[in-house]
Write a protein that binds this ligand. Sequence first.
Ligand code: HEC
Ligand code: HEC
Ligand code: HEC
Ligand code: HEC
Ligand code: HEC
Length: 215
Amino acid sequence: MSSIFSKRFDTNLRVAAVAVIVTLGGAGAVLGYLLHPKQLDTGYTPMQPVPYSHKLHAGNLGMDCLYCHTTVVKANYAAVPATEVCMNCHVRVREKSPKLQVVRDSYASGQPIPWVKVHRLPDYVYFNHQAHVGSGVSCVSCHGRVDQMVEVRQVQPLSMAWCLECHRNPAANIRPVEYVTKLDWKPEGDPAELGMKLMQAKGIKPPDNCSSCHR
Ligand code: HEC
Ligand code: HEC
Ligand code: HEC
Ligand code: HEC
Ligand code: HEC
């Protein structure tokens, strides 16, 4: 994608440059290019230092996402849990398992487990979990059925086109806030109809101007 710009351009400049072109008009081609839904890192599944399984913990054991990802609803980030959270159970459960050696070492030393990040937006994109989760967008809309994944993988492209596709027509992705972490939840009727009602009631209107995501 960056081939249309010189590498010397800093990305903020590029965003500004495209904004200017868009404002001036003759932007069809540039925008069309930017909006082409390419499959970025879909499928990305890095090796993790511990064979931790969401399928086991969130699926079979039924643990709520927020037990470990407490900050998603409060802050603009969704950090992975501290080792202490694992040790709430693993001081007693499978306390000698070799698969948990890295966890025990981390607990003893105080050094965090070096989890490898799966999803990552470029630095010039502003993203906020709370704004989404608090409006009733479920984790499943962006991360898929994590509760069925042994290893977390990226299922959505996280491209600009992908963000905008939902921002322009979010209704089918809006549910009552109490179900955002119930990944298998389905409404009785048409999801878009319920979503539309919730959007009207709460005045939900996702932004599509450049400066909302590029600040
Ligand atoms: C017992 C704690 C625990 C629970 C419960 C849990 N997670 Fe996680 N989650 C982790 C850990 C540890 C990682 C980092 C290792 C990994 O990626 O597997 C992680 C990573 C993730 C990632 C990838 C983050 C990245 O690096 O980009 C996503 C997305 C995620 N979790 C979503 C969920 C969702 C959705 C739920 C509820 C269905 C959930 N998690 C429940 C502990 C938990
Ligand atoms: C609420 C309790 C609980 C929490 C919190 C918890 N686990 Fe577990 N974990 C379990 C149970 C129960 C099992 C399954 C034990 C079995 O199969 O008998 C398990 C199994 C595992 C296993 C497989 C062990 C083996 O020998 O097969 C790993 C690895 C693991 N957990 C990692 C983690 C990590 C990392 C965290 C923190 C992010 C975590 N767990 C948090 C309850 C928990
Ligand atoms: C609107 C889409 C969207 C929704 C809804 C969403 N996420 Fe995310 N999530 C993302 C994106 C995009 C990133 C990468 C953010 C970045 O790199 O700045 C991410 C990153 C993460 C990470 C890694 C953060 C880190 O600090 O390493 C975790 C964990 C996570 N999400 C969990 C969740 C959970 C749990 C939910 C539901 C309660 C959820 N997400 C809902 C899009 C979403
Ligand atoms: C599945 C639907 C969906 C996807 C995908 C999505 N969003 Fe959103 N976004 C929303 C909704 C709904 C809101 C809330 C609007 C409101 O409350 O008025 C929102 C709000 C926002 C806001 C405004 C938040 C604030 O604090 O002002 C930003 C910025 C944003 N999204 C960025 C992104 C980015 C960047 C991506 C892609 C990486 C993305 N969104 C993907 C649905 C989505
Ligand atoms: C809803 C959020 C959102 C909005 C609104 C948005 N962008 Fe983006 N933009 C993104 C995301 C996410 C990426 C990163 C995609 C990727 O990783 O390839 C991006 C990437 C870019 C890039 C970098 C392309 C590259 O490869 O270097 C440019 C330039 C850009 N946007 C310009 C714009 C302009 C101009 C507007 C207004 C017309 C705009 N954006 C509106 C989310 C958004």
